[in-house]
Write a protein that binds this ligand. Sequence first.
Ligand code: NAD
Length: 440
Amino acid sequence: MTHPAIEQPADLVARLRATFATGRTKPVEWRTGQLHRLRTMLTERGADLAAALHADLGKSSTEAYRTEIDFTIREIDHTLDHLQEWLRPEPAPVPAHLGADATAWTQYDPLGVVLVIAPWNYPAQLLLAPMVGALASGNAVVAKPSELAPATSAALAELIPAYLDTDAVAVVEGGVPETTALLAERFDHIFYTGNGTVGRIVMRAAAEHLTPVTLELGGKSPVFVDRDTDLDVVADRLARGKFLNAGQTCVAPDYVLADPETAAALETALVRAVETLFGADPAQSPEYGRIINERHFDRLSGLLGSGRVAVGGHSDRDAKYIAPTVLADVDPKSPVMQEEIFGLILPIVTVSGLDEAIDFINDRDKPLALYVFSESERTRDRIAAETSSGGLGHGLPLAHLTVSDLPFGGVGESGMGSYHGRWSIETFSHRKAVLAKPLR
Ligand code: NAD
C-alpha cells in the first residue's frame, strides 16, 4: 500500500539523481564520511539491530554481531583502509604509434543512482555490505530491505536516514508492489540478492533501461568428502557451517557427496558433532535460530522424508523449529535433492568416488560455493580444474566470504558479478579508459 506521505519512486530517484548531478557524492571525503557514519550507526545502534534480528530470525546476539553487524564493520574498515589506493588511476602501456609523449590510464567513475535489494536471511548485512561498496564508489543509493524480515527492515529504515546523507541515500520498505514500482525507474546499477526467479524479473526490468545488474543468487552448494580424511574435523566444520542461521545461508553446505564407506563413517561423526554443538535438545540451545516463516517451515518439513534420518527429524510448527537433521542414503532423485534446501537438513548422497562426484556436480547448475575436504592435493586440484562454482572452499565452509579481498559472487544459475572489498569498487564504478596526447 502506498502511503500518500511517502515519496513516489519517480520523485525519489529524481531527487537522488539531482544530488548526484551536483557532484556532492564524488569527493573521497564524502564517501569516507558516509562510511564513518555507517560505522557509527552500527556501533551506537548495533544492539537495536541485534534485537530486530532476534525478532525476525531468532538469531542469538553473538551470531547477529558476528555475521551481520561486526561483519559489516570489518567491510567498512577494510574499505576505509584501502579506498585511496583502490581509487588511484592505473597507468596502461601506450603503443609506439601514439608517440612517446602519450599516456593512458584507467580511472573509476561513480555510476549514479544505485538500487540495492536485499533478502531476509542476513537482512542487515546483505543490505549494508553492498551499500558500503556503492557509497565508497561515490554513488547515491536506494536501499530496499526484505519485507520478510520486518523488524530488521523497520530498524534499517529508521537508522539509515538518521545517520547517512538523506539527499543521497534512501530506504524504501515494502514487498513485491513497492519493488516492482522501484524497478520501473531508471537506475545506473541494480544489485540484487535473492532467488533466481526474482533475479530474472530484476534483469528484465533492468534491460528496459540498459541498467547493469549484479545478481547474488543461491542454489545447491555441494560438499565432497574424500576417503582418509579426519571425519571428526570434517563433521564439526560441516555442522557449524550448515546449521548457522538455522541453515538459511546462501553458501551453506547443501549436500554431501562421499563414497559409501566414508559416508557411513561421516554419518556417525555428524551425529556426534550435532550433539556436541547443540546438546541433546537443540530446541533449548540459545545459539540455534528459527525458520523465517511458516511457508519455509512447511517446505522444509516436506523434505524430511527424503532419506533415512540419522539425527534430528523433529519439528514444531508453532515455534518454527526444525531440529538439525542429517539424512543418509539419500536418492539423488528425491525431493531434497531437487531444490536449494536453505534450512537444517543435510543429505548425504553416495557416489563411487571422485570421478562420479565431479560428474554429479557438473550435471547440475553451477553452485554458489563448492566445498572439498581432502588430504590429496591431486583431488583438490582436479576439483578446482574440472568444476565451476562461484567460490571454492578447501577444508572450511563459508569462510571464503569473510576474506574481504576475495570477490564474492556466483556463476551461471548462482548469479553474476561480485563484491566485497575492492571488487565492490569494480561493481559500483565505471572503469573509464583515458588517453592523453599533448597538443604540442
Ligand atoms: P526474499 O524473499 O527476501 O527476496 C529478496 C528480495 O526480492 C526482497 O527484497 C523482496 O522484496 C524482493 N522481491 C521478492 N519478490 C519480488 C518480485 N516479484 N519482484 C521484485 N522484487 C521481489 O529472499 P529470497 O529470494 O527468499 O532469498 C533466499 C535466496 O537468496 C536463496 O536462494 C539464497 O541462496 C539467496 N541468497 C543469495 C545470497 C548471495 O549472496 N548470493 C545471499 C543470501 C541469499
